[in-house]
Design a binder for this molecule. Sequence first.
Ligand code: ATP
Length: 231
Amino acid sequence: DAEPALLELRSARASYGEVEVLHGVDLVVRPGTVLALVGANGAGKTTLCRTISGLMPCDGQVLFRGEDVTQVPAHLRARMGMVLVPESRGILPSLSVDENLELWLSDRRARDGVYDRFPNLAARRRVDAGNLSGGEQQMLSLAPFLARPPALLIVDEPTLGLSIQVSAEILAALRSLRDEGTTLILVEEKAREVMTLADRVGVLSLGRLQWVRDRAQVDVDELVSAYLGGA
Ligand code: ATP
């Protein structure tokens, strides 16, 4: 169809040393959509995130807005608008919440916008980031992207280890990012929560993308029992 892809992978293969763990992934992500990528432990989800963002080299091709970025390093891809929320959340634990935010957002109004979005963080602004709960850390790590929405944001396990209530807050923040035009790839082992936000759902299994379907075509219970060990 006519609408150009924001992101496209063509036969993407990635290895750790001699061991190939992504075996030729083809994927098209349209602008303004939310793709939920689910898969069991070890399926290659984190590797795929790192491949898309440029943190891992790959064979095959990665295209962004039709441009071949396969050889473009991660920091330059980020500047082009392809961003992976950093692992270990990119937070400096011995700095306060406010100090962490100041590193990313020099504009006071942008920081206030983050606090409006996440009142929990506002209440904890003077606390060392290392003492935040998992949910608060996830809020803090998303903050710079909420203030300056990238074209494509990849989030590895956005709700891992979080309570239902905190997960809902994170998903609401991601939904508002989507509403501002950011294309999202949400990678999860637990499918149910991200499914509420997804337009498309893809299943990764043993380093292969089994299928990608419209959300409406996916039976969540079937998906979970077939691919995710019934969790
Ligand atoms: P998880 O949910 O456990 O993070 P995942 O779906 O993200 O799983 P990956 O972390 O991408 O899966 O791992 C895919 C495969 O690559 C696994 O078999 C894993 O053992 C292997 N692997 C991951 N990281 C490395 C590494 N640094 N060196 C060697 N093998 C690795």
